[in-house]
Design a protein around this ligand. Structure first.
Ligand SMILES: O=C(O)CCC(=O)C(=O)O
Ligand SMILES: [Fe+2]
Length: 311
């Protein structure tokens, strides 16, 4: 009997029983490196407040925003203007400006040197909204990592300690309408560097992933759903059992070209000193260890930020 091919990237509810949720999500991760998750637990009100704060920020004049651009800091915190971040090996920079929020650490914390303090713009409510959604993304991220751990036959809490004080980054993104945008593409084809990415706001068209057969597939999450994708660190840890899939944000045409796009990826990271060593359960005769040398998450991050011109 012929079986159906290429089942779509259909939403998976996080409320299903943990084993079933894990099975469905892992299927999409192994196939596409992406999954679409509903009932993800990030309150609609928290999302709305963050979106409002981001719109207010990006509406400020260029010169005002640039006072929060920290040169030479890898774009880790605060504002990054148009024309800076480019995909690895890309000729032009992406059509985007963004703002990064990191983990708020108590003074004197051992990670202080690699995880700098946040900077905050003069936008009423921004700080509260950003910290709220950072915490909500973290809570949901922990549940997703449990599902991944179960799917990799690891203890469900395998990722808890390595990510508890992770170097995670929340990104507010703004892609202007086409007439005002610099030349280039909204976001050129790239892979994410981190463990997993949780993305809200991608219902405005444009996000596409590169399937194994080399075609671009539009992700198209339903309103309010969360897009989740595997990053390079988890690809490396899992010896490519979970692929870090190439994706891009293509330029809109027609009416959509008149609209800006705002999105919010949360790049979930390991703690800086976590040693990324291939999981023994992901090494088989067909898939021998691709990374016999372990590498700390921070060493890996520095290597990759240089490639995308943020360092
Ligand atoms: O804006 C989006 O939907 C995706 C952004 C993205 O892939 C990234 O910032 O890494
Ligand atoms: Fe990305």
């Amino acid at each position: 009997m012929k079986t159906a091919i290429a089942d779509r990237l259909s939403p998976v509810s996080i409320d299903a029983c943990p084993a079933a949720f894990s099975r469905r999500l892992m299927h999409d991760f192994r196939t596409y490196g992406f999954g679409v998750v509903t009932d993800h637990g990030i309150p609609a009100e928290t999302i709305r407040a963050a979106e409002t704060a981001a719109r207010r920020l990006f509406a400020l004049p260029d010169a005002v925003k640039r006072q929060w651009h920290i040169r030479g800091a890898g774009g880790a915190r605060g504002y990054t203007p148009f024309g800076i971040e480019a995909a690895k090996d890309a000729a032009t920079a992406d059509q985007k400006e963004f703002w990064h929020v990191g983990r708020a650490l108590p003074a004197g914390h051992r990670y202080e040197a690699v995880m700098p303090p946040n900077v905050w713009p003069d936008v009423p409510g921004f700080r509260e909204a950003a910290l709220d959604i950072f915490a909500a993304f973290e809570a949901t991220g922990a549940r997703l990592l449990e599902a991944i751990a179960i799917g990799l036959n690891l203890p469900a809490d395998f990722f808890a300690a390595p990510t508890r004080e992770g170097n995670s980054v929340l990104r507010f993104l703004h892609y202007p309408p086409q007439p005002a945008a610099p030349s280039g593409i909204r976001a050129a084809a790239h892979e994410d560097i981190n463990v997993i990415t949780l993305l809200l706001g991608a219902q405005e068209a444009g996000l596409e992933l590169l399937t194994r057969d080399g075609t671009w597939l539009a992700v198209k999450p339903p309103e309010g759903a969360l897009v989740v994708n595997i990053g390079d660190m988890l690809q490396r840890l899992s010896n490519h059992v979970l692929p870090s899939t190439t994706h891009r944000v293509s330029n809109p045409v027609g009416e959509a070209a008149k609209r800006a796009r705002y999105s919010m990826p949360f790049f979930l990271h390991f703690a800086p000193d976590y040693l990324i060593e291939t999981l023994p359960g992901c090494i088989t005769p067909d898939n021998p260890d691709r990374y016999p040398e372990g590498l700390t998450a921070n060493a890996y991050l520095i290597e990759r930020l240089r490639e995308i011109r943020l360092l």
